[in-house]
Design a protein around this ligand. Structure first.
Ligand code: ZN
Ligand code: FE
Length: 253
């Protein structure tokens, strides 16, 4: 699939993905409808599906307008029927959703919200992870425990390392400052922070990143690394507890 990045609201990204063989287009987390319809119209594309990672307004705000304009189905978590209006295709852990020539698989990733899901496109090598995994960060724990979020991140971490990571927000620069407070000497992190600063200076998105890059630099994915444990004076503690401490520090950073 070909992926288009659309900035929306203050720091959201909406993603379009188009199957070149069929011309079918899906949108992930339309925060608002206008940037989506503009991008589709400019390219002469139609819209064939709306995918939502979770129920927050900055991820579903454009659903109703897009659905009524294009008549396309909404694909979202079955447990969130009560708070994502108009779900047509309800999915959950292990669901596969065939879209054009791509088989999209659903991974439940509770923590930010209890019904958060991620969409993995193995043939494209892309992951739409909403507000679960950010580049150099992770989502706030609104409806889940640290242990749940850690388990969700471990599921994502098990995907192929070349997987391209498409997060729903541009938080990378501020995340980099926090990550450096945990691992100031990590050479991969220092290089990534520098690259991110450069991209943002030029007004460019810092996404997608790759899973390999996140595993090397994202402190939330590195809670089971001895160096992170040592930096927090938590050597020997369980990874979920170290993760919880990293998350707590970020909340007050
Ligand atoms: Zn959210
Ligand atoms: Fe969000």
């Amino acid at each position: 699939m070909d992926i288009v990045i659309l900035p929306a609201l203050s720091d959201n990204y909406i993603y379009l993905a188009r199957d070149p063989a069929s011309g079918a287009v899906l949108v992930v987390d339309p925060a608002e409808a206008a940037p989506v319809t503009e991008a589709l119209t400019a390219r002469g594309w139609r819209l064939d599906a709306i995918l939502n990672t979770h129920h927050h307004g900055d991820h579903i705000g454009g659903n109703a307008a897009l659905k009524s304009r294009y008549g396309c189905p909404v694909v979202a978590f079955h447990g969130d029927r009560g708070r994502i209006p108009g779900i047509d295709i309800a999915v959950g852990e292990g669901s596969s959703y065939k879209f054009g020539s791509e088989m999209i698989s659903v991974i439940e990733t509770p923590g930010h919200t209890s019904g958060h899901i991620a969409f993995h496109l193995p043939a494209t090598g892309a992951l739409f992870c909403g507000d679960t995994l950010f580049s150099l960060g992770c989502g706030r724990l609104f409806e889940g425990s640290a242990a749940e979020m850690w388990a969700s991140l471990c599921k994502l971490r098990a995907l192929p390392e070349h997987t391209q990571i498409y997060c729903a927000h541009e938080y990378t620069l501020s995340n980099a400052r926090f990550a450096l407070s945990i691992e100031p000497e990590n050479p991969d992190l220092r290089a990534r922070a520098e690259a991110v600063r450069h991209l943002r200076d030029q007004g460019q998105p810092t996404l997608p990143s790759t899973l390999a890059q996140e595993c090397a630099t994202n402190p939330f994915l590195r809670a089971d690394q001895p160096r992170v444990a040592a930096a927090l004076d938590m050597t020997g503690a369980a990874a979920a507890e170290i993760f919880a401490e990293v998350r707590r520090r970020k909340d007050y950073f």
